[in-house]
Ligand binder design. Structure first.
Ligand code: ZN
Length: 287
């Protein structure tokens, strides 16, 4: 990972892989780091994580709040995994949204804190779930505490300033503390089959794309060691699944009407999402 130490000033050769949504998706020839450059960093969080992201579908959610129970259960499942390596302590959820996963951790005995750029989500968690959630981006997040565990659930691909975010992860993690990452695997067969049409190639929402290797390299570089990895048993709301399908499949006859029909009829139910392209990784801070 040395060559991408500071990826903005890195002199290694970057190959243009393809274009998506008008963004160049590039890869470092030496370490395999895959990314795109944002031209709008200032307004990035406000424009990407607007209320539309949580309520209007496409690369976001049709209605995030409907996934409450699924996500609380997902939080509890992750707490069980982490339980094999450490006792409950202080946990920080980065990009916590309304705090449902965090709530799952609290129910498993953890003391939670969240940070979330979207204020509608953060307020929901504060007001309805009685959680400590700070509104803002993680790159500038500061806390008087250090944490036994940091959660990076589907956010590691989205930091607009990866180096600042990772330095903050280092700063906020206790010595020997853990970081749980949930990340989409660009080397999965789903990602390979879909190619540039893979749903995670959705800049500017996602800016970095990892494989097992490049994710481990990144964490090793910042002083973490991989302890374990696996695949989450993820359940999603059917209307969320249909919304991903609609945004990522070519137009066909009656597509909108068919998808609309299924969304009305089954949208509120939950299904198992086959986690072919999603993984979790647990890292321990070593230095
Ligand atoms: Zn590199």
């Amino acid at each position: 990972m040395k060559c991408c130490e500071s990826y903005k000033s890195c002199k290694e050769e970057r190959i243009l892989l393809f274009k998506k949504n008008g963004f160049d998706i590039k890869q470092c020839k030496k370490c395999g780091y895959r990314f795109t450059n944002l031209d709008e960093v200032e307004s990035h969080l406000a424009s990407v994580y607007s209320d539309d992201y949580f309520f209007k579908g496409q690369s976001g959610y049709p209605n995030y709040l409907e996934e409450k129970d699924i996500l609380i259960r997902a939080g509890k499942k992750y707490a069980k995994i982490v339980d094999r390596y450490t006792k409950p302590g202080k946990v920080l959820d980065v990009g916590s949204a309304a705090g449902f996963i965090l709530k799952g951790f609290e129910e498993a005995g953890w003391e939670g804190q969240g940070v979330e750029p979207n204020d509608t989500m953060a307020s929901y968690g504060r007001n309805n779930l009685n959680l400590k959630i700070t509104t803002g981006g993680f790159e500038d997040f500061d806390s008087p505490y250090t944490f036994d565990l940091i959660l990076l659930i589907e956010v590691i691909g989205s930091f607009y300033d990866l180096d600042s975010a990772m330095k903050n992860v280092v700063r906020q993690t206790k010595n020997d503390g853990l970081v749980l990452v949930e990340s989409w695997d660009r080397e999965s067969f789903v990602a390979r089959i879909f190619g540039k049409k893979w749903h995670e190639y959705c800049p500017p929402t996602v800016i970095h794309w990892y494989s097992d290797k490049t994710l481990s390299d990144l964490f090793n570089y910042y002083g973490f060691k991989l302890l374990a990895k696996g695949r989450p048993s993820k359940r999603i709301n059917i209307s969320h699944g249909l919304s991903i399908l609609e945004a990522n499949t070519p137009k066909f006859l009656l597509k909108k009407r068919l998808i609309g029909f299924f969304a009305r009829k089954f949208g509120k139910r939950n299904i198992s999402y086959p986690p072919f392209d999603l993984k979790w990784y647990l890292f321990r801070k070593t230095s």
